[in-house]
Ligand binder design. Structure first.
Ligand code: COA
Length: 258
């Protein structure tokens, strides 16, 4: 795939948006390739977590490709937004942890891609923003929905209506990113965080992700039932028996995703 690199190191798959000369802007071909990459990772039993990043040191993703957006009719623009929304929702609901390693500009669709990931680690030089209103449009890949859920309505409205970029530290302060690290340590620190997740039972990680994401769209009582049902399901897995037995045996568990 020319626009998206897919690699795997042990249990960790890395998806790199690879159009550095266009600051990794998301054109239609890149969205298709991202879709393929996530399908491949979902099917690969050996891949248990995903890191999403951008090629080069300047940008994670500088947004949807403005050359393409400029050509869209109203109906095609709606279809384009729905296409991007579906892909990003797939990433949000992905059954394996997805961590964004944000290595520079995360603007527009890039900020939306980062927000669709489960956790965001930013390099010190990263910048976040939703500049769409300056182009006469609005965020169309879930940005109007996810930013408010992540940082609260007031801050989301301020960022969306000003279109201003904020540096990584400010993004951390308002809860848009989980932590900020020096650029040269970004992949190492992201790997450490993913490693901490991967010490745990894959079936439990998938169940926790599902319960959190679906539960956020439910009333509390329904969310509680979802959680209890999921707790019941994971309690019947081999990984649950292994986790409990390993604790009782005072040894490290060996999970098998079963
Ligand atoms: N779509 C298409 N091309 C983009 C792009 C985007 N979203 N963002 C950057 N590029 C391209 C530039 O057109 C330029 O291409 P060129 O060399 O062929 O002219 C190249 O990437 C480098 O960008 P440039 O603007 O020269 O870099 P810069 O360091 O001066 O500025 C930004 C960096 C991120 C501030 C600036 O590129 C920018 O504002 N990009 C658009 C961000 C945006 O509005 N995104 C939301 C889209 S809905």
């Amino acid at each position: 795939m020319p626009n998206v690199l897919l690699s795997q190191d042990g249990a960790v798959a890395t998806v790199t948006v690879n159009r550095p000369d266009k600051l990794n802007a998301l054109n239609a071909a890149t969205l298709d390739e991202l879709d393929s990459a996530f399908r491949e990772i979902e099917a690969a039993e050996s891949a248990r977590a995903v890191i999403v990043t951008g090629a080069g040191e300047k940008a994670f993703v500088a947004g949807a490709d403005i050359n393409e957006l400029a050509q869209l009719t109203s109906i095609r623009a709606k279809a384009t937004a729905r296409r991007g929304q579906r892909l990003f929702r797939r990433i949000e609901l992905f059954p394996k942890p997805v961590v964004a390693a944000v290595n520079g500009f995360a603007l527009g669709g890039g900020c939306e891609l980062a927000m669709a990931c489960h956790v965001r680690i930013a390099s010190e030089n990263a910048q976040f923003g939703l500049p769409e209103v300056g182009l006469g449009v609005i965020p169309g890949y879930g940005g109007t929905q996810r930013l408010a859920r992540l940082v609260g309505r007031g801050r989301a409205i301020e960022l969306t209506l000003t279109g201003q970029r904020i540096p990584a530290q400010e993004a951390w302060r308002i809860g848009l990113v989980n932590r900020v690290v020096p650029l040269e340590k970004l992949i190492e620190e992201t790997g450490k965080l993913v490693g901490a997740m991967l010490r745990n039972a894959p079936v439990a990680l998938a169940a926790a992700l599902e319960s959190i994401h679906l539960g956020l769209d439910m009333a509390m009582e329904q969310g509680m039932v979802l959680e209890a049902n999921s707790f019941g399901v994971v309690s019947a897995t081999e990984d649950m028996r292994e986790g409990m037995q390993a604790f009782l045996d005072k040894r490290k568990p060996e999970f098998k995703n079963r």
